[in-house]
Structure formats: C-alpha cells, structure tokens
Design a protein around this ligand. Structure first.
Ligand code: KMH
Ligand code: ZN
Length: 312
C-alpha cells in the first residue's frame, strides 16, 4: 500500500499524436481547446502538462512552433503547472524536426523517448468507417510500417540540444525494460543527472503490455539500475489508463492520464475532457490515502531548478 501523505504527481497529456478527431469530440486540436483543456486539467490537479500541437484546421499532428505559440502563453498566464513539450513528433519527422518546438519554447520539461521501436495505431483504423478529416485513416494505417526512431545518437543529440543548452528536465519515456538499460547506459556516460523522471509506458503496440507484472518488473528493474536516483510515473494506454495508474499509486509512484493516452473515462464510455480524467484519478489517489502534488511540490520532488526562463 502507498505510504500515507506521499505526494503523487499527476501529469496530464492533453492531445498527443495517437488519437484522431473522429475518435472523440473531446480530443482538443484548436489552440483555444488545447489551452482551455490544459488549464482545466491543471485546476483539477495536474502538476505537469504534457503537450503536443495540432493543426487547427484539421487536427493533424503538428510540430510547427507557431501552433505551439498559439496556446503556450495562454496556458502559462492561467496556471503554474510545469509545461512539458513532446519531442515525439509525427510519423514523418526527423529528430531535428521533432525538437524544433522545444528549442523555440525552452520549457521546463520535455519528453525523451528512450529507444527505437515499432509504434503502431493501425488496428484503430478498422473501428471507423467514416472520418472527420481525410488524413486520419492513412495516418493510422501507415503507422503499421512505422519505426519510432530513437537511437543512442538521437538521444545524445536531444540531451545536448535541450538538456545542456536549455536546461530542460526530461520525462524519460520507457516502453519496455530494455529502454531502462538504454537510459542507464546514457546516464553512465554523463548525459543525464539524477534525479531522473522515468515514465513507464505500458500498452503501446510495439512496447510492453499492460499486465501488472510488467509494471512491477519495470519498477524493480529501475530500482536496481537507479536506486534512489529516480522518480517514476506510469501511464497505461487505452483501457488500462485508470487501472494501471491506480496500481501505480498503490506502488508509490506518480501517474499520467489524459486524452493522449486514453479517450475513455470508464469501460466503453468516452471521457468528456482531460479534466474529467484528472478529477477521476485524483479521487482515487486521495481515497488511497495519498495527496496530489502541487506544481511547486512537483518541482521540488523532481529537482526542477527555480528560475527557469521559458520563451513564451
Ligand atoms: N503517447 C505516448 C504513449 C512523446 O510525446 O514523446 C508517447 C509520448 C511520446 O508521449
Ligand atoms: Zn506525448
């Protein structure tokens, strides 16, 4: 059981690059919707906001800094939450392109994916017959042939461009146990300093599955590799979102929810918003005797240096 009074950091991943507008009317893709859902999620208890951008005309995945510029200042004005910008990009982007928004924004935090892998959403395409926008079906089907490229050289490049030059803290996204060993290797070569913030990502097609055994295996492996030098969080893709984040809380971890990772509030029922997902897990966390960390507490837990100057 989780220790009483342990503060749990909630990350909310607002829109991502997996789901498409046809799948849920709640998925935000205009700057106004991304901003208002992010602000509401922060009010509901999210200390970290993990953000991708989309093209406001059709909801397609965008790494154009102007699309980030359209919502980041609005979010910053209304919340103190830690802004975390994705470096995941879309299916066709190079690593250089993927870090363009973060290089411009210089946020406190960015995602950093810790290994190359298949990363596919193609089975989702068979669930829909009609599409809101033309790009959606091909985007999903093409992911069947997609390699999510995150080589050691790519990782070192991001560490230099964002970590070293912009003092960005990373959310190290680990989709399988091998990614923890990649991270350990990189840490030993001096790329990253503790405390690390590791996101265990379970349930992506191409990564480790959502079994509780796998979460325990990831945590035990990370304990062995990083000892006290890390903080961990867990996300479960799709239907596993609430069950796995509940288990993660019980194991003493931090958690991530949001429409990027799951569109469902409960089995078969679409969530109305990111804030609804945050509110639900917040209630569960509090029922388990834990407290939700404020943004300031999250900064302290993750050793985010004060005085970081963002560029938005
Ligand atoms: N949607 C997550 C499973 C990133 O933004 O860098 C993967 C992700 C990647 O969050
Ligand atoms: Zn993401």
């Amino acid at each position: 059981m989780a220790k009483k009074n342990k503060k749990t950091i909630i990350t909310c991943a607002i829109t991502g690059a997996i789901h498409t507008p046809t799948m849920s009317d709640a998925l935000p893709y205009t700057p106004e919707d991304i901003a208002s859902q992010a602000i509401e999620a922060a009010k509901a208890g999210a200390a970290i906001l993990h953000l991708h951008a989309r093209n406001p005309k059709d909801g397609s995945v965008s790494i154009d800094p102007s699309h980030f510029k359209a919502f980041l200042p609005i979010i910053k004005q209304s919340t103190d939450a830690v802004i975390n910008i994705s470096t995941g990009g879309g299916l066709l982007n190079t690593m250089e392109e993927r870090i363009t928004p973060a290089k411009w924004a210089s946020p406190e935090m960015c995602s950093l994916n810790m290994g190359s892998m298949n990363f596919s959403m193609h089975p989702l395409a068979d669930r829909f017959k009609e599409w809101k926008f033309d790009w959606e079906e091909a985007y999903l089907r093409n992911s069947e042939n997609y390699i999510f490229r995150n080589t050691f050289r790519d990782i070192a490049f991001v560490a230099k461009e964002l970590g070293e030059k912009h003092n960005v803290k990373f959310e190290h996204e680990c989709y399988d146990v091998g990614h923890l060993y990649n991270l350990k290797f990189c840490m030993d070569t001096g790329l990253f300093k503790p405390p690390l913030f590791i996101q265990f990502v379970l349930g992506i097609l191409g990564g480790i599955g959502t079994d509780i055994d796998n979460l325990v295996f990831m945590k035990r492996t990370a304990d062995r590799l990083f000892g006290n030098n890390y903080q961990w969080s867990v996300l479960g893709a799709g239907a596993a979102e609430m069950p796995l984040t509940t288990t993660g809380t019980q194991l003493g971890g931090n958690i991530r929810v949001g429409l990027e990772d799951s569109l469902m509030i409960s089995h078969g029922k679409l969530a109305k918003s990111n804030a609804e997902l945050v509110s639900k897990i917040r209630r569960i966390i509090e029922d388990l005797g834990c407290e939700v960390a404020t943004p300031e507490e999250a900064r302290e837990i993750l050793d985010l240096k004060g005085g970081h100057k963002v560029n938005f």
